[in-house]
Design a protein around this ligand. Structure first.
Ligand SMILES: Nc1ncnc2c1ncn2[C@@H]1O[C@H](COP(=O)(O)OP(=O)(O)OP(=O)(O)O)[C@@H](O)[C@H]1O
Ligand SMILES: O=C(O)C1=C[C@@H](O)[C@@H](O)[C@H](O)C1
Ligand SMILES: [Mg+2]
Length: 182
């Protein structure tokens, strides 16, 4: 994986990727707290800037508009900030420009939850994820499988099945530390 940035490893943003509901927001907050770093959740940042919820943005402005705003924000954060913990929205990483910016300037961590475990989480997340609404489980599974290809482009992978958020956060930090100091 090419690295074209001259940002020192220890200063790079840590970027969490993975499917909707795997825990990017939850884990990102914990990692930031443990490392005494600022946390930025891209979905929350877009909601704040628009004074609107993600479902409302999708409904009133459309998904294409959301994707453009999401892409521009992430490229800006990757290029112009350091030392942050950044949680992406689940679909952001499907955009090539986003992948390139994150991989070049940041440390990309893929939170990997199996489909079997993920589907138990669906009832708790469906209400505010417009892409999950009114979809049959089989359709969601196809989306889950389809996106694996993009998520496979990462620096680190943390398998999260059966682990509570605290443990996932600790593993994430340990993994990055181990590799960066060896
Ligand atoms: N390791 C975990 N074990 C159990 N539940 C978890 C874990 N991580 C997150 N959750 C729960 O799963 C739900 C989704 O988590 P979260 O919002 O962090 O996902 P996300 O990856 O940020 O989703 P999105 O891509 O839509 O932003 C929340 O209810 C959260 O409490
Ligand atoms: O996976 C996706 O495409 C999305 C995930 C959420 O984080 C939000 O960014 C939005 O609901 C779209
Ligand atoms: Mg999130």
């Amino acid at each position: 994986m090419g690295t074209y940035s001259n940002i020192p490893l220890r200063e790079r943003n840590i970027v969490l990727i993975g499917f909707m509901g795997v825990g990017k927001t939850t884990i990102g907050q914990l990692v930031a707290k443990k490392l005494y770093r600022d946390f930025i959740d891209v979905d929350q940042e877009i909601e704040k800037r628009h004074h609107m919820s993600i479902p409302a943005i999708f409904e009133q402005m459309g998904e294409n508009y959301f994707r453009k705003v999401e892409r521009e924000l992430i490229v800006d954060l990757c290029t112009n900030t350091r030392l942050k913990i950044i949680s992406l929205g689940g679909g952001a990483y499907l955009q090539e420009e986003v992948r390139n910016a994150c991989l070049s300037h940041g440390i990309v961590v893929f939170l990997d939850l199996s489909w079997e475990n993920w589907k138990d989480r669906l009832p708790s997340i469906v209400h505010d994820r417009p892409l999950l609404k009114n979809k049959a489980l089989e359709e969601i599974k196809q989306l889950f499988e389809l996106r694996k290809q993009a998520y496979s482009q990462h620096h680190y992978r943390v398998a999260t099945d059966g682990l509570d958020p605290e443990t996932v956060a600790i593993r994430t930090i340990e993994l990055i530390r181990e590799r960066n100091t060896n």
